[in-house]
Design a protein around this ligand. Structure first.
Ligand SMILES: NC(=O)c1ccc[n+]([C@@H]2O[C@H](COP(=O)([O-])OP(=O)(O)OC[C@H]3O[C@@H](n4cnc5c(N)ncnc54)[C@H](O)[C@@H]3O)[C@@H](O)[C@H]2O)c1
Ligand SMILES: CC(C)(O)[C@@H](O)C(=O)O
Ligand SMILES: [Mg+2]
Ligand SMILES: [Mg+2]
Length: 348
């Protein structure tokens, strides 16, 4: 572990320099890594591990879109692509990458194949933390750990192909073999992480559910919608409102934040903009902080898990989600966005 200073707080983290890919290959050399589920994380993690030289197979229900995608990605039926039960039987590290709701349904099947000495791998602390709601309680003689990439599986793959990496958290829930931690870190390196920071299953799930409902996905759409609506109701055109709310942020300013931090982005804007932003960020923080507190409490109490399980276990959950996504897509703001994207020089 490398000890680094994060804003005045010392943290021990794992870097790719101290735990190189060769070491990860050594640690996992005799393992058969079975990636169960080929949705979003499944493809990213399995392809990265395959390209990194690990022995990987995929388990997926035959006949659907995910199976066809796996075949298109080069997984070979009967050789590296199997029905879920066959992959569970062959795998020594079971990567449980079904949706969190589907993990509940398949758990009785997975359990049958978790023989002594195998490893159970997650990318979320959900199933284990909310065991009262999920029923996921692994047998005592298997290693249980997680690596949670901090981003979409789509980005995990894209960044890997570009020679970059997404940071991930890692956590060991159960160490039956005495080797769980090393295997966990090796998996983190294998899936293409940038650096790895340690957590536990509870903190992983509470931070992750907060982040995606908050600034990463929920809050950002909320704040976009609020500003767009105010601009439109004051007579600004869709072009003006969308560019001033979204396009400038994603195309110009966020890349600057990503590169060198918020103050540097500010410093690359006018002094007029800096004055205003420095005056207004605190009122925005103060206005939204109670909502973030409410959100965190709802996560902590298990309420958010309950909603997610109940809603995503319904037989028509995909149709319902798609209807709500369509509502976003069909809103004036995002329809305006589609036109704006089509006008980017690289798209015309
Ligand atoms: N989506 C992400 O980028 C992301 C990022 C970090 C962590 N995670 C975590 O990784 C795990 C996998 O998430 P995901 O978003 O890749 O999952 P997903 O929703 O894309 O689903 C994965 C697979 O589950 C299969 N599936 C769904 N219901 C099933 C059932 N009843 N029986 C068998 N198979 C079924 C689907 O065919 C699909 O291939 C979750 O724990 C999630 O929280 C996801
Ligand atoms: C990609 C996210 C939002 O970070 C992940 O947590 C998820 O659930 O998909
Ligand atoms: Mg999540
Ligand atoms: Mg996340």
């Amino acid at each position: 572990m490398a000890k680094l200073n994060f804003g005045g707080v010392e943290e021990e983290v794992v870097t790719r320099e101290e735990f190189p890919l060769e070491k990860a290959r050594e640690v996992l050399g005799s393992e058969t890594i079975a990636v169960i589920g080929y949705g979003v994380q499944g493809p990213g993690q399995s392809l990265n591990m395959r390209d990194n030289g690990f022995n990987v197979i995929v388990g997926q229900r035959q006949g659907g879109k995910s199976w066809d995608k796996a075949v298109a990605d080069g997984w070979v039926p009967g050789e590296t692509l199997f029905e879920i039960e066959e992959a569970l039987e062959k795998g020594t590290i079971i990567c449980y990458l079904l949706s969190d709701a589907a993990q509940i349904e398949l758990w009785p099947t997975v359990q049958k194949y978790l023989t002594a000495g195998k490893s159970l791998y997650f990318s979320h602390g959900f199933g284990i933390t909310y065991k009262d709601q999920t029923g996921i309680v692994p047998p005592a003689d298997v290693d249980v750990f997680l690596v949670a990439p901090k981003g979409s599986g789509t980005s995990l793959r894209r960044l890997f192909v570009e020679g970059k990496g997404l940071n991930s958290s890692f956590a060991v829930f159960q160490d039956a073999t005495g080797n769980a931690r090393t295997k966990c870190i090796a998996m983190g390196i294998g899936v293409g992480s940038g650096y790895l920071f340690e957590t536990d299953f509870y903190r992983e799930v509470t931070s992750d559910l907060t982040g995606e409902r908050g600034t990463l996905m929920g809050a950002i759409q909320g704040i976009f919608a609020a500003q767009y609506e105010v601009l439109r109701s004051n007579g600004h055109s869709p072009s003006e409102a969308f560019n001033e709310t979204v396009e400038e942020l994603t195309q110009s300013l966020m890349p600057l934040v990503a590169e060198n931090g918020m103050d540097w982005m500010y410093a690359n804007c006018s002094t007029t903009a800096q004055r205003g932003a420095l005056d207004w960020w605190k009122p925005f923080r103060d206005a939204t902080k109670p909502v973030f507190e409410q959100l965190y409490n709802s996560v902590k109490s298990g309420e958010q898990a309950k909603i997610s399980i109940t809603r995503n276990s319904q037989s028509d959950y995909r149709v319902k989600l798609e209807e709500e996504l369509a509502e976003l897509r069909e809103s004036e703001m995002w329809k305006a966005g589609a036109t704006v994207r089509s006008l980017r020089p690289e798209n015309s």
